[in-house]
Design a protein around this ligand. Sequence first.
Ligand code: ZN
Length: 118
Amino acid sequence: MAHAIELKTMKKHLQAKRKEVMEGVSRAREMGSVETESGAPDIADRATSAFQREFSFSLSENEGKMLRMIDEALARLDSGRFGTCIHCEQPIEKQRLQAVPWARYCIACQELQDRGEI
Ligand SMILES: [Zn+2]
């Protein structure tokens, strides 16, 4: 590793975050199932539950994305490639990894990615 990152600490961060996301996902699913079982007697209620279903769906979609990124980061940790930008293959800034341990790109490449250029 070109830069001194405590891999064990990173792994702990990632696993803690993974647990947090998993708990969030199951909470969202529980909300979704309660919704379905309680039924919707009139149109106003149906509109509300449609909105809530959509909300919890997009929540789990985001969280699913997050889980994939965390799993990828854990896989990179195991393969010894953690902390390397998957685009330019330069080390990702240490501060960035501390804030976002599942980061796949360095800051410069993340900006390109956000603009859809890579
Ligand atoms: Zn990069």
